[in-house]
Write a protein that binds this ligand. Sequence first.
Ligand code: C2O
Ligand code: CU
Ligand code: CU
Length: 456
Amino acid sequence: RSDATTDHYEITQQVAHLRILPGLETEAWTYDGSYPGPTLVSRSGRRTVVTHRNELPQPVAVHLHGGHTPHDSDGHPTDLILPVGWSRRHRYAMADTSGLARTALGERTYTYPLDQRAATLWYHDHRMGFTGPSAYRGLAGFHLVHDDEEERLPLPRGERDIPLMITDRSFTADGSFHYPAVDPEWGMPGVTHHWMEGVLGDTILVNGAPWPVLDVRRQRYRLRLLNAANSRILRLELDPQPPGGDALVQIGADGGLLERPVRHDALAMAPAERFDVVVDFARYRPGTRVRLVNRLGSGTTAEVMRFDVSGAARAPVDDTAVPDRLSTVERLDPRRAMAVRTFYFRRTAAGWTINGMPYRPGRALAAPKLGTTELWRIVSDFHHPIHVHLNPFQVVARDGGAPGRYDAGWKDTVDVLPGKSAEIAVRFTDYSGRFLFHCHNLEHEDMAMMADFVTR
Ligand code: C2O
Ligand code: CU
Ligand code: CU
């Protein structure tokens, strides 16, 4: 539904039985019965209003990842939607003792102004303590934002603009998703050895299908890659590489178009990161089978999907191109930061912590002033992909040196390797209130590696 200023969507969160593996049914938690959920499409600057109705057996919270969103629509982990038919007096309504939570009964409407650049956003569950299992059961979908700037470029579009949600799952013999046990009331069972790496599946799914095959013409395709795995880190490559390499031409990052394309042979992607790339299949001989592989996997986790290049000898006319200049990306100047903060992401005796503290709703670790830029230094003991809500950021340094080859453009998630650090510049804008930053390894997150910040 649309009117002059707003696009409206209604989504029912429901249990559905999906065909993922041949001959078996998988019970999933879905947005509108599909996995991934429906792809929402918005226009930059046009408000999108999404009403979520919760027909699942457990509470949910919906977060628009990468959305520049007022706090009451951000899907904070304590802002739950209780299932249809539950009572407000149910114990979950009381789970947040900070008094800050806003609990909705049955349904809730989220308002997204989407005053932001064209970008590949995604929405997923964010319920406190249960984000890992809920996302694993299927609660994730794409939300694309388009704008005029992007539309003026001669990039591949339509059916050659393809969002690819990459995840990993394990299945039990009857086809159910196999997620290690979670206490239905309290979520993840605290610090155990078990969860160090987070939960890894043994089968790669792309848009909900194991190792799919896509027939492609010998033309350019835009692939919007999202690592939606709970905790698996990917290193993606095309195999074979086209002659001359540089198969993956990156045009965008989490927060939209780069200034200039960056050419890669391989892409390192931590959970929640998006890489928008153009692949020119005209660089392959007719009939080539091009595998997208994960160099960090082995066996069934090394295969992602396959592109079967058309066998027609003559390549069709391709009027698309990747211009040398894509956009203008304003540089945030770290020397003008109004505050410099250091956050240690560590596993300690107190659990999975930020600056020694496990998550507690209402305890803010930063209070940035709207309109100002801050420099955040993130120090990691393990592998932690760190995500900041509300505003995208720029990676300005790694280990005191230059940023890495995957750090270009606006990011909202930065992968920090064990024993390493990264510095990010963030400018906080527009919306005051309580927001979140956290490790996007969903098991680390559920084990409380999160913190609030409050903008004012
Ligand atoms: Cu993709 Cu706070 O999450
Ligand atoms: Cu987010
Ligand atoms: Cu982590």
